[in-house]
Design a protein around this ligand. Sequence first.
Ligand code: NAD
Ligand code: ZN
Length: 399
Amino acid sequence: MKALVYDGPNSVTVKEVPDARIERSNDALVRVTSTNICGSDLHMYEGRTDMEEGRVFGHENLGEVIEVGEAVEHVKVGDWVCLPFNVSCGYCKNCERGLTGACLSMNPGTAGAAYGFAGMGPFEGGQAEYLRVPHADFNCLKLPGDAEEKQSDYVMLSDIFPTGYHATEMACVKPGESVVIYGAGPVGLMAALSAFIRGASKVFVVDRFTDRLRLAEQIGAIGIDFSKGDAVEQILEHTDGQGADKGCECVGYQAHDPQGEEQPNITMNNLVASVRATGIIGAVGVFVPEDPKAKDKLEKKGQIAFDWGLFWSKGLRLGTGQANVKAYNRQLRELIHVGKAKPSFIVSHELPLDEAPLAYKNFGAREKGWTKVILKPADATPSSKVRKGTVKAVARRPA
Ligand code: NAD
Ligand code: ZN
């Protein structure tokens, strides 16, 4: 099968690899029709993790089940399914409590496993024609009859929509509250959408890329351009000097200053300063235990200089970590199905798998107009229902 393979820092190619196949009786095999590039893929692409060369990326996957192992009961051939990026067992101490992002069985010795991800187990990614899904009955989210037609919405259930929602859940966003979100990448935009779903009255989204800020404004948020003035001052001005009720970190350890230089502590300290006393912060942007290639001395050891004194004296609270996608994907699926949520508003490009290297280059450089890319591997499968050539390299909005 064709798959997107990591060759080393800033280099990926589409090549033939051994077919994904049923390996255990509770596996399903999925023909991947939509698979997104994620900000988390970029940490690996840029060589900032210990991702092994030769691995296949892709943890935001949707497609059609083409084969199931003999122990699979609920999922059937022909079902359209969306796969949570977390690969989880369903029966460990954490999965039992709904904390599938910290599954203890799928990557023994650590908490949490994922497809095509550094340090998260041996599972290959779905930026490929086929994907093996372990514990299929537990991990597949079945999609309704409009699955194929609305796949650019439903594919967001694999990661970023539940992840954005998780940020607002950890921040306990309540109706009528104001929320400040750092990062207008796909995750930050999904956090903004989620904050509105939870009834927020005002949502501020901070970034310096105007195309991303415009998308935030498109759903009713207030865009804050931190290259035009201090983000904290702008939030305080909008909130009578008090700060927003709640905050979300949707950037992670590669956060940068207004000039584009990496400054890993900037968003966390800005949140401490721009969330009101007694507020709560949900941090889903990824921070890593060590980052040897960082310029910052502390960051090399996975540390940041954090304004703990101000955090403590304001009585703030903080939630962190990988999203437990299964805790939210079913409910968010219903909002998409009935037309109350349309997360595909962030999608700028739908491209055949062959164009993935170009997409990595542009999305990685945060080129203007490259806000979210969906790859369409089934386009290259001659036997597939999606006829070759039906999915063109479409820029869905003008760049
Ligand atoms: P992205 O890189 O496309 O977007 C990040 C955005 O943050 C960019 O638009 C950038 O301009 C902006 N930014 C950088 N510095 C900033 C600053 N100082 N203030 C405000 N904005 C700033 O990535 P994404 O796909 O949106 O993902 C965001 C983060 O979420 C990444 O770290 C990713 O790994 C992580 N993530 C976490 C989970 C989880 O389960 N916790 C799941 C998916 C992604
Ligand atoms: Zn992702």
